[in-house]
Write a protein that binds this ligand. Structure first.
Ligand SMILES: [Zn+2]
Length: 452
């Protein structure tokens, strides 16, 4: 009995997700390969990534946040918030109240980022731990007056090797001990834009290179004895769709460009109109391959409405279509489209002591990654749109039943209860048939005079 109680309490302590004072501090490296479309994993060979997955977990398909662009989704990963809530609603933004603009070349003003608290800030402020970053959108900005303790200013010219060398050096530093780190790489996004995802001849080489970089990262983590200790998540912000010069929507054919400002571009164009009704009416029948929404009409499932940085009119191109004013097609692949499209989805793979081994799951949401990371690090999450239970089957310390198992258990319980009920009924009917004899009682005059 004592032994059972000991195991029971040990179970509660070991599986509660809390970290005892004597346990090593949990550590996590979050890696993004920009524009890594989920089904690249099915169409191309990734020997190093598959090795990584074999002893870890894979989520084959991640439903990311609308709009499926780089800055917004990278911020959703690290905040667990939809774009309307974290405030990075596009790659290019305009704030009418302050007259400020945001772009990938002008992203350092904390004003844009301060509507949310990313995990590297929470890690440093909440638990007095240390964060490090070899580039991730926002990590070189003083968000809530805090940058990661170690970070690099964004520079696309700095190669993957140098980024990894820095990350390894920071993770090896014991004073302070880095518990959360991020690493970002621009491929396969850049080549996906250039060639288009259906150009297998070119993409095969690019994706082989990405796989080699994953191999290099694992090799360096092993060489520095970090591999067994650290949790590593490899994921991405969005996928990529094939575009074509035959699928152009030219706004100049429908409306005078002086009547509006194009704040963010294809495939979700953000329009700031001079006269909203006029611009809406001129554009509403512009193309059968583009949806137009007044801000208040944007469908609820996009979670893309409640923010003043979302412009009054939004144009959403159909998959593979490109919205331009009058230009020719500049790139053969693009993303940003409806987040229900499979071509827009990235994947997630993870390895380390916090994760199960050899487990595969069909899907989670991008916003679920944040509460999972907070759980691993033992951090109290900020309010967010994610759900930890969506990701709990990935985690080694969580009890998890999948749907087939749950159905099996329900059927099993039903069979046991039915059998028990039948047995009780049979027993009762037998008892009932024996009953009359039990009621036979000797009468006083039944005494057999021959006995005694
Ligand atoms: Zn991207």
């Amino acid at each position: 009995m004592h032994l059972i109680l000991v195991f029971f309490f040990y179970g509660i302590i070991c599986c509660s997700g809390s970290h005892s004072a004597y346990a090593p501090m949990p550590r996590l490296l979050l890696v993004s390969f920009d524009g890594f479309r989920a089904d690249y994993l099915k169409k191309y060979e990734f020997p190093h990534l598959q090795d990584f997955i074999k002893d870890g977990v894979l989520v084959e398909d991640i439903t990311n946040a609308f709009i499926t662009k780089t800055f917004p989704n990278h911020y959703s990963i690290v905040t667990g918030l939809y774009e309307e809530s974290h405030g990075i609603v596009a790659n290019e933004m305009f704030d009418a109240a302050t007259n400020k603009t945001f772009s990938q070349f002008n992203d350092k003003d904390p004003f844009w980022w301060n509507e949310a608290v990313p995990i590297w800030v929470t890690n440093q402020l909440q638990e007095n731990r240390t964060s490090a970053s070899a580039m991730w959108p926002g990590t070189d900005v003083k968000i809530h007056n805090t940058t990661p303790h170690f970070f690099m200013k964004y520079d696309s010219a700095i190669g993957f090797n140098e980024r990894v060398e820095n990350i390894i050096a920071w993770l090896n530093s014991s004073n302070p001990l880095v518990s959360f780190a991020t690493l970002y790489w621009e491929e396969p996004d850049a080549s996906g834009h250039k060639y288009g995802p259906e150009d297998t001849k070119n993409m095969i080489g690019v994706l082989k290179e990405v796989d080699n970089l994953i191999g290099l990262l694992v090799e360096k983590l092993k060489a520095s004895k970090l591999w067994e200790e650290i949790n590593v998540i490899i994921t991405s912000d969005h996928g990529m769709a094939q575009c074509s010069p035959d699928r152009l929507i030219k706004l100049d054919d429908c409306i005078d460009r002086n009547s509006y400002t194009l704040v963010d571009k294809s495939p979700v164009a953000a329009i700031l109109p001079k006269n909203e009704t006029y611009v809406y009416n001129m554009l509403k029948n512009c193309s059968a391959y583009m949806k137009i929404y007044l801000k208040e009409e944007i469908p609820d499932h996009y979670h893309y409405h409640h923010n003043k940085r979302i412009q009054p009119i939004i144009l959403v191109a159909d998959e593979g279509w490109t919205i331009v004013q009058n230009e020719s097609l500049s790139r053969l692949g693009d993303h940003g489209y409806d987040n229900s499209l499979r071509s827009m989805h990235p994947f997630l793979a993870a390895h380390g002591p916090a994760f199960r081994k050899g487990y595969r799951q069909n899907s989670i949401y991008t916003v679920d990654i944040y509460p999972m990371m907070c759980h691993i690090l033992g951090l109290m999450p900020q309010p967010n749109n994610g759900t930890l239970s969506h990701a709990k089957c990935l985690l080694a310390d969580q009890w998890c039943i999948n749907v087939p198992e749950a159905i099996g258990i329900v059927i099993g319980v039903f069979i046991v209860l039915t059998t028990l009920t039948c047995l009780i009924i049979i027993m009762k009917s037998r008892t009932a048939s024996v009953h009359p004899f039990s009621r036979l009682q000797l009468q006083e005059d039944d005494d057999d005079p021959l006995i005694g």
